[in-house]
Write a protein that binds this ligand. Sequence first.
Ligand SMILES: Cc1cc2nc3c(=O)[nH]c(=O)nc-3n(C[C@H](O)[C@H](O)[C@H](O)COP(=O)(O)OP(=O)(O)OC[C@H]3O[C@@H](n4cnc5c(N)ncnc54)[C@H](O)[C@@H]3O)c2cc1C
Length: 443
Amino acid sequence: MNEPSIYDVLIVGGGVTGTALLYTLSKYTDIKNIGLIEKYSDFGLVNSASYNNSQTLHFGDIETNYSIEKARSVKRMADMVMKYLESEKDNPSGKNLFSKYSKMVLAVGTNQVQELKKRYPPFSELYPKLKMVGREEIGKIEPRVLEKRDPEQEIIALVTEDGYTVDFKKLCHSFIDNALNKRPDLDIHLDTKLIKISKKDDHYAVLTNKGEFRSVVVVIAAGGHSLLIAKSLGYGKNLAILSMAGSFYTAPKVLNGKVYTIQVPKLPFAAIHGDPEVHSEEITRFGPTAKPIFQLERHNMSTFFEYWKTFGLGVSPIISLVKIIFDKVLFSYIFINFLYDLPFFGKRLFIREVRKIVPSLKLSELKFARGIGGTRPQIVNNTTRKLEMGEAKLCGDKIIFNITPSPGASTCLGNAYADTDKIIGFLLNKYKFNKEAFERDLM
Ligand SMILES: Cc1cc2nc3c(=O)[nH]c(=O)nc-3n(C[C@H](O)[C@H](O)[C@H](O)COP(=O)(O)OP(=O)(O)OC[C@H]3O[C@@H](n4cnc5c(N)ncnc54)[C@H](O)[C@@H]3O)c2cc1C
């Protein structure tokens, strides 16, 4: 691949966020010199890897901690990914990108049933295919949800056929392949790690283990590392990260589709749910759990010091963290989630959560999924001392930083759309973004 002396745009990070942007820039703009660097030897090996996330295309219909506004925004972006997946499914590069299942959110007991009934009317307007069903219908779709359940227990569910389980690592590859088909001159460098970035007069100098790259515009799509890089340039000083690792348990097929439970509104992470594995419906995965770790990447101890550098060692982030963690709801949630990872006891505690979905599940059917599950870089705002919901985007002088907890994979094309719009402005409208084509194809 040719290395131009200076890029118009350089993307740092080859997860689903960075590759979706590369695809969008190459297909829908006439920007000339575009590069991407990724520190590992392949794309999508960190949080976008299928074994590190819940593989769900989140639309906001069965995620009961989303407000209607949040659901509307997530749906718009998830629809883009859905359209991309559907348009790719017959292409060789689109093979095994996703599987489709039914999905439901279960309400159990009087309070939850009332809550879900109240939620249904506005959400059914936004999601016309969402149906409210009772015990009998639930049993037809998911027999094991009813097996050994107390017949007196009140139960309803919101159900839809449109449950997408996605291999987001494969999606990264699909974006890259399609971008290269369109623009073989794209400059892509694997095994290339950003070590330092500095602003020169009219460009950024990006120092890597493979030498220096220069670019007018830079987009950092490096997950939790995006905040570390932002801080090195003086951005995002009032933010820190709470790195919430998620583990999973597996069982032989006990569900036909995705089954979610009602979420605790205060928590920005998904409640425990059951999903079929993207490449094997014979396995049902339960999770994710949520426990804080002091690493920017799970299973990578070398990111321990990077975590603390990102966190900042001042008093302010520590006060924020203490205030957030010692909130009654969050503290008990985190405490119990810590226990779920313990050998022997973890499984015995976790099965109580799983039995809210599958009451008849046997202890011998449940297995801790070792080495599975990434970590979500949840944003801590040191000004409001609150944990923020969803992704954060910081925009600076011709630079964008994307920090992407869940549902960051579902929103990758929506993010790419917003970033592309910004990039065109950064490049003083010298190039064009064919929004009509993007919208026609993906919205
Ligand atoms: C347990 C769990 C469950 C989740 N479930 C879902 C779900 O069901 N649905 C959903 O939509 N989202 C889910 N998410 C969130 C989703 O996985 C992420 O939001 C998404 O993968 C983020 O993609 P990304 O490209 O921004 O980050 P990543 O996939 O983490 O990619 C960042 C890339 O940047 C690279 N990088 C970092 N630093 C550098 C550097 N210095 N130089 C060069 N490259 C660098 C990394 O190597 C990596 O490849 C889940 C996350 C977790 C942890």
